[in-house]
Design a protein around this ligand. Structure first.
Ligand code: NAD
Length: 512
């Protein structure tokens, strides 16, 4: 009889290295003594990555500036063809890049693939957009004149991104920037260098296919905040999109303002949902569970605060606790896992600190703590925590980037709207209700103050067709769909006199 030989278990590191090779990342990207790329799944170092030196960063920005000067003259629909090819390459590499997202950021398999799907979707959106960069024609008060708007490419677009959407955020910016005629210099999170390298290899393949893409159109700078600072301070970068914590935005925003660069700030969220007396509780339960525990609470749109009307509290919260205690935590590669690891130890420590503060403020914590079953002992896996709070206070007022859901009772609709809005961040929000007045009020001027306000859907999991971003300490930027493209272009208002006289605006006389 043939003896069955057990397959050699492939470690996260070995699998990631094989993917990098398949994606075409050159060996020169790696160097002993470089920054370790660690898998949060197992804590293994996958490979050490060569970081970009300050001189190399400045040279890359210079190349991107030169590339812009050529790229801006390429007709926009032709630029769209380049983005179409990026989309095609992403389709071909979806499984590999999605898996690399799982291995490097710890997302469960469907979310890793979903992130690459989002990249493909924004490429498709941008291809259509490349024929729709419209300006208005505006009625003029002067005879024989025409007034119109023209949208022109802006220059080098800097992109600084966070670890939790290691590649999608780049694509929301880059796909639009490329069709808008800009070049892109990307500083990914220092925690997710490999997915950035993989993405760059994919873009280079698309560029080869396209032929004639100027060198430097897409550059990547690898390193920590010091490298990001070079991008922020360089006057050759007129627009910069920065995604990350509000603390980062507080440093980056003023520097951009000082040199009058355009800032697209996509910062932290402290997102809430309201469950009203008329809510469909089955639907609310599913929406809350995904929004609060999905991606192990590491989405900017993660649900962090839940206001439940006192009349349904005792019907909803016990069911929610049950879901919390039975949710499958573990290796994100395993079938059925819903909650993977936190990115690192500091994320876990931050969660513990917030739970201690919540207890001190009178909260009752269900769940929480480190999950160490089997192989999970080598990473930082946290049990999601549901915390019943007597009021909105202490840690509830800020974002802790971990799976903690603070639950509070409410009795009055006006009061709950006020509490809903009484935090610094203003990213995403939702209400579960079948009451039309409440639903409409929530999304009206007197309702949620967030950039995203949903009805009968949790706050997380946006589509690329809408503009994405938030208000207040979330930074005010908008990316992806709708008219977000305008941030990557400059607008010129043109007035043309096709008559033989020179009438002045507002009837001013100036006869010489
Ligand atoms: P982070 O703020 O630690 O880092 C984000 C990026 O900014 C990294 O690339 C980092 O190197 C860079 N950076 C930090 N300080 C900088 C500085 N002074 N100058 C230049 N670059 C600097 O964030 P993180 O831990 O990677 O990500 C989690 C945070 O990101 C959460 O707060 C989350 O809500 C937020 N986020 C927001 C959105 C959004 O669209 N609003 C999306 C994803 C994540």
């Amino acid at each position: 009889a043939l003896k069955t030989v057990p397959a050699t278990p492939v470690t996260a590191a070995a699998e990631a290295r094989a993917i990098l090779a398949r994606l075409g990342v050159p060996d020169s990207a790696f160097a002993a003594g470089g920054r370790p790329a660690v898998s949060p799944i197992t804590g293994e170092t996958i490979v050490e990555v060569r970081e970009t030196t300050p001189d190399e960063a400045k040279a890359a920005i210079g190349r991107a500036d030169a590339a812009f000067k050529a790229w801006r003259k390429v007709p926009a629909p032709r630029r769209g063809e380049f983005v179409r090819l990026i989309g095609e390459e992403l389709r071909a590499a979806k499984d590999d890049l999605g898996r690399l997202v799982t291995l490097e950021a710890g997302k469960v398999t469907s979310e890793g693939l979903g992130e690459v799907q989002e990249m493909i979707d924004i490429c498709d959106f941008a291809v259509g957009l490349s024929r729709q960069l419209y300006g208005l024609t505006i009625a003029t008060e002067r005879a024989d004149h025409r007034m119109m708007e023209t949208w022109h490419p802006l220059g080098v677009c800097g992109v600084i991104s966070a670890f939790n959407f290691p590649v999608a955020v780049w694509s929301w910016n880059a796909a639009l920037a490329f069709v808008c005629g800009d070049s892109v210099v990307w500083k990914p999170s220092e925690k997710t260098l490999l997915t950035a390298l993989g993405t760059q290899a994919i873009v280079e393949r698309a560029a080869k296919c396209f032929g004639g893409v100027p060198e430097g159109l897409s550059e990547v700078l690898l390193g920590g905040r010091e490298v990001g600072e070079i991008l922020v301070e360089d006057h050759r970068v007129p627009v910069l999109s920065a995604t990350g914590s509000t603390a980062m935005g507080r440093q980056v925003g003023p520097k951009l303002a000082e040199r009058f660069a355009r800032a697209i700030l996509e910062l932290g969220g402290n997102n809430a949902a309201i469950v009203s007396p008329s809510a469909d509780l089955d639907l609310a339960l599913r929406g809350i569970a995904f929004a609060a525990m999905g991606t192990a609470g590491q989405r900017c749109t993660t649900l962090r605060r839940l206001f439940v009307h006192e009349s349904v509290y005792d019907r909803l919260v016990p069911r929610l606790k049950k879901v919390y205690s039975s949710v499958k935590i573990g290796d994100p590669r395993a079938e059925g896992t819903l909650v993977g690891p936190l990115i690192d130890k500091s994320a876990f420590d931050g969660m513990e600190r917030a739970l201690d503060e919540a207890r001190a403020a009178g909260g009752t914590v269900h769940g929480g703590g480190r999950f160490t079953d089997g192989e999970c002992a080598n990473g930082y896996y946290a049990r999601p925590a549901l915390v019943e709070m007597p009021e909105q206070t202490g840690p509830v007022l800020r974002e802790t980037f971990a799976p903690i859901l603070y639950v509070m009772r409410y009795s009055n609709f006006d009061d709950v709207i006020e509490n809903h809005n009484a935090v610094g961040a203003g990213l995403s929000s939702s209400i579960f209700t079948l009451d039309m007045r409440e639903a409409e009020t929530f999304i009206s001027v007197a309702g949620s103050d967030c950039g995203i306000a949903n009805v009968n859907i949790g706050p997380s999991g946006a589509e690329i067709g809408g503009a994405f971003g938030g208000e207040k300490e979330t930074g005010g930027g908008r990316e992806a769909g709708s008219d977000a493209w305008k941030a990557y272009m400059r607008r010129a208002t043109n007035t043309i006199n096709y008559g033989a006289t020179l009438p002045l605006a507002q009837g001013v006389k100036f006869d010489v």
